[in-house]
Design a protein around this ligand. Structure first.
Ligand code: ADP
Ligand code: GLC
Length: 484
């Protein structure tokens, strides 16, 4: 099959979160199964291209009272996957992907409309795919455009569309003045289409107009049909439930493998765990934690500082938890409030809590490898990748049982010696503390802990199985397009 991915970020070219990891890895896995995969990404200021050939010198994208002109760059074929980059100053002259310290860029609707149109127009020249696989609100206009403005374009008559929702908390909401600005017909601005409390909701459009809908875990697929999790889109998702499939993300073990990780001071594997102690030592050193703490359990956190990730719970639970013999190392950026919170906790517990406010991939690898426990008490979590990576590094996850955390972590059972971590359900500090305490007490029993680490490291979340599940969805989407 010919599948075209359109996404706003992808490893190794651009990244703010797990979406980029998925867009970097799933196409490779699909290509390994024999499919023809093309990926379109914006070319941002920090996108480094190993190869860059001009493919389309000048593509016209009309807006209401002006025209935009962008270029399409051929980024070459890597691991069998063809990459194209949409190049326009509105992407490449800015530092951020979606915004800066003042918030989201005010022209995001125009920027991502331009990207969507450029993907469609380029695909006309390169030959239409069997399926467009789009991701999150930034590319949700592709299914909308194909079934509205492009409805009579014979090129795409047989092309199916699949939208993956990586996070329903981000919807691409814009004032309704963008309708004429983007040349969208007003007929799309109704409650059962793109309208959302008098605003335009890109993700809602994607949900309504895509042939199939997926999300990144089975539990999250159920959760987003409910009012508690859907940020106002529960009814829209529920209506589409027969076309909604949950597929748990994989991990790219080419990137995240303690036995061959170039970012680590020592490597380790299930047959020889000794390198992990060296990683722990180096981690404590990098975070400025005294050497005497080497025997204490180290809890790692790597995260965007966003409400989604459960930082309010940590705020309430940590002052008590940090009275125990434990070390917490935190790597993250985002919400200023939580940056301040960790800085102030560090002042109160300088030997027990250290924080790096940074986006630092090599350091993320060291935190995964050098910690004993990985903490992820998310309020909601569509899938979560860091807990999947942590398991491969023998770093035992403590998670809240929601979304993908529920699907990927199995509660440790000391009698059967099965399980991979510790889960709590109720979103309150007492339950978070109880789960961490369970982990700390298991840590004291060396044999139990080793078993737990090995259980974690032996989990297999490689992309091959999810890639096969995506193929089935693509087949279904394509079948919908075949005239009866
Ligand atoms: P989300 O996409 O919601 O942020 P995921 O767990 O799916 O959560 O993916 C997060 C990805 O971003 C992981 O690859 C993780 O290593 C990376 N990451 C998050 N914060 C940082 C950071 N401060 N420095 C480096 N990498 C980070
Ligand atoms: C989103 C979600 C995260 C998921 C990632 C990749 O950013 O917050 O849970 O793992 O997308 O699908």
């Amino acid at each position: 099959m010919r599948i075209t991915f359109a996404a706003s970020e992808g490893v190794p070219y651009s990244k703010t979160g797990g979406l980029a990891d998925v867009v970097g890895a799933l196409p490779k896995a699909l290509s390994a199964l024999g499919h023809e995969i093309t990926v379109f990404l914006p070319r941002y200021r920090r996108t480094h291209l190993k190869e860059a050939h001009l493919s389309i010198a000048n593509l016209t994208v009309p807006m209401q009272d002006y025209l935009l002109f962008c270029q399409v760059i051929d980024g070459g074929k890597h691991d069998g996957v063809q990459f194209y980059f949409v190049d326009h100053p509105e992407f490449s002259y800015r530092d951020g992907l979606y915004g800066d310290s003042h918030g989201d860029y005010p022209d995001n609707a125009e920027r991502f409309m331009m990207f969507c149109r450029a993907v469609i127009e380029s695909s006309k020249r390169f030959g239409p795919p069997d399926v467009f696989h789009v991701h999150d609100w930034q590319t949700s206009l592709i299914p909308v455009l194909l079934r509205s403005l492009y409805a009579y374009d014979a090129t795409f008559a047989l092309t199916g569309t699949v939208l993956t929702i990586h996070n329903i908390g981000y919807q691409g909401l814009f004032p309704n003045t963008v309708v004429p600005k983007l040349l969208l017909p007003w007929s799309l601005f109704t409650m059962d289409r793109l309208e959302f409390y008098d605003k335009v909701n890109f993700l809602k459009g994607g949900i309504v107009y895509s042939d199939y809908l997926t999300t990144v875990s089975r539990t999250y697929a159920k959760e987003i049909q409910t009012y508690l999790f859907a940020f106002g889109l529960a009814d829209t998702v529920y209506k589409k439930r027969d076309r909604l499939i949950g597929i748990v993300n994989g991990a790219d073990y080419g990137e995240w493998n303690p036995a061959a990780d170039p970012y680590l001071p020592a490597r380790f594997s299930t047959s020889d765990l000794s390198g992990k102690a060296t990683c722990k030592e180096s981690l404590l050193e990098q975070f400025g934690i005294p050497k005497e703490k080497l025997q204490s359990p180290v809890i790692g956190v790597i995260s965007r500082f966003a409400a989604q990730k459960g930082f309010d719970l940590m705020e309430a639970a940590l002052p008590r938890l940090l009275r125990e013999d434990v070390v917490l190392v935190v790597l993250g950026t985002g919400d200023r409030h939580y940056e301040g919170m960790f800085r102030s906790l560090h002042r109160s517990f300088p030997d027990r809590l250290a924080v790096k406010i940074a986006y630092d991939n090599p350091l993320a690898h060291l935190v995964e490898a050098g910690s004993d426990i990985f903490l992820m008490p998310s309020h909601y979590e569509p899938c979560g990748l860091t807990q999947i990576y942590s398991m491969r590094y023998g770093t035992v996850p403590v998670v809240r049982a929601t979304g993908g955390l529920e699907d990927t972590v199995e509660q440790w059972d000391p009698k059967q010696r099965t399980g991979t971590g510790f889960k709590f359900r109720d979103y309150d500090p007492a339950h978070l503390n109880a789960a961490v305490r369970q982990a700390l007490s298991a840590f004291k029993n060396k044999e139990d802990w080793k078993q737990l680490m090995l259980n974690c490291m032996r989990q297999n979340f490689s992309w091959e199985q999810p890639a096969r599940e995506y193929i089935e969805v693509y087949e279904k989407a394509r079948r919908l397009r075949v005239p009866k």
